[in-house]
Design a protein around this ligand. Structure first.
Ligand code: ATP
Ligand code: MG
Length: 137
């Protein structure tokens, strides 16, 4: 079993799509081992996306992520990291395959509805960023 960190980003939460995305998570066979609604501060968003600090879109990304509430979840499944990224689709919704979450709910490369960890090390960092061990049961 593997764990990954998923986020229903502020655009999708504000649009009322959290329920549909959580429903899809169950359909796809993930177990939700941790879940909370958060309204990230700018500093908290910057800490989460620290690996992107030097990228030109860092300010835009962290403004967006701190614009409204989001839902953070730790998901568990075999091959959870790869499988959740496949369910989300490509970063840019315009390039995301039919039936993926970003194709259905994303508006642009910046406002793309969901997040997923990209490797075991980043998943471990990202899950620990939002959850204490006792919250992951
Ligand atoms: P995420 O990490 O959110 O799951 P990802 O792994 O598909 O997405 P990354 O390259 O890690 O993509 O980029 C992190 C986030 O930064 C993207 O999800 C997107 O919201 C934003 N982003 C990426 N590239 C751009 C860009 N060119 N312009 C604006 N925002 C961008
Ligand atoms: Mg990423």
């Amino acid at each position: 079993m593997e764990r990954t960190l998923a986020i229903i980003k502020p655009d999708a939460f504000a649009a009322g799509n959290a329920g549909k995305i959580i429903s899809r998570i169950y359909q796809e066979g993930f177990r939700i081992v941790g879940m909370k609604k958060l309204f990230l501060s700018k500093v908290e968003a910057e800490g989460f996306y620290a690996v992107h600090r030097e990228r030109p879109f860092f300010a835009e990304l962290t403004d967006f992520m701190s614009r409204g509430p989001c839902v953070v979840m730790a998901l568990e499944a075999d091959n959870a990291i790869r499988r959740w990224r496949d369910v989300m689709g490509a970063t840019n919704p315009a390039q995301a395959a039919a039936g993926t979450l970003r194709q259905e709910f994303g508006a642009s490369i910046g406002e793309n509805a969901t997040h997923g960890s990209d490797a075991p090390e980043t998943a471990a960092f990202e899950i620990a960023y939002f959850f204490a061990g006792v919250e992951l049961l």
